[in-house]
Design a protein around this ligand. Sequence first.
Ligand code: 13P
Ligand code: SF4
Length: 363
Amino acid sequence: MSACNIQIDYENPQGLATAWARVPEEPSQERRRVLLEELEDLLGQRNAVLVAHYYVHPDLQDLAEGTGGLVADSLEMARFGKQHSATTLVVAGVRFMGETAKILSPEKTILMPEREAECSLDLGCPSDAFHAFCDAHPDRTVVVYSNTSAAVKARADWVVTSGCAVAVVRHLHEQGEKILWAPDRHLGDYVAQETGADLLSWQGSCIVHDEFKAAELADLKMKMPWARVLVHPESPRAVLALADYVGSTRGILEAAGTPMVETFIVATDNGMFHKLRQTYPDKTFIEAPTAGSGATCKSCAHCPWMAMNGLENLRAILFAGTPEVTIDPGLVDRARLPIERMLDFTRADALRTAGLVPHLGAA
Ligand code: 13P
Ligand code: SF4
């Protein structure tokens, strides 16, 4: 595969805007072998640990795990990076993940193979417009998804990921709080439905998950009644309605372990299939349909910004050790509070719910 520039249309408060992603060329087998060897050495020399998201290239995921790093969802990436003793964290993912690592570990050097790797949710929620939204609703507790800038997080009472959004909002709803939510409207809708909370949502969306098509998924389910459907909650409501399980990337990985179910239709970025197939080699994973009516070039079910991370740019950043991820010092302390609140809450919540696993039932 040769390098390509992908044009991406995403939603922001003014309507549709355009961004770009440059996806690197696949190295030859020989170059790949050399790079992997070199990268292992460079990580050691820099006292660095690689933390990768499930959506990045399989080579980066395998390298992370093979060198003492981690492949995870955004919640565990944040927790692992903060706790790890390495002096340099290398974050293979998108910009908000590198920024979260820096906010939580300001004393560490944070490097990313590609600092221009964006996220449509982050881009679609500019901090000035978001601050105006908050100012207009001062009676609401501000809960933001981690897929946001440091400036947006700094305005939040809570940061959440898809792995804990329902539990956090349920807790706040039980305290009688009304919620201002940003930026993903589908996740906000799902959280409101699950918790009964009074939740006012920003209207952003993920360009990958927004493309899953309910009618085509319903057809596929009819053809394969033995399959179970696993869906990430950034997908539209009609798609979530067809799910046997809704959860974060890590939740999807755990749900695929359900005994007696051999076939799963999965509605999330197809980078996830590497870890699913590695973990459950005897099971079958099928991509949920995206190419229905209204399909666009975004419908390949792979995040173009996650795809910007490659072995060559990882080598370049490790070799140079710069540029580091930096955050406006005026924002760091304020943005850390709602993230640490999430980490504390999920630690306590995990203890409360220890032993509970998603149960889908046998086919
Ligand atoms: P997770 O928190 O489930 O890993 O999701 C992050 C993300 O960007 C999904 O598109
Ligand atoms: Fe953002 Fe969607 Fe890409 Fe995740 S998959 S980083 S939510 S654009």
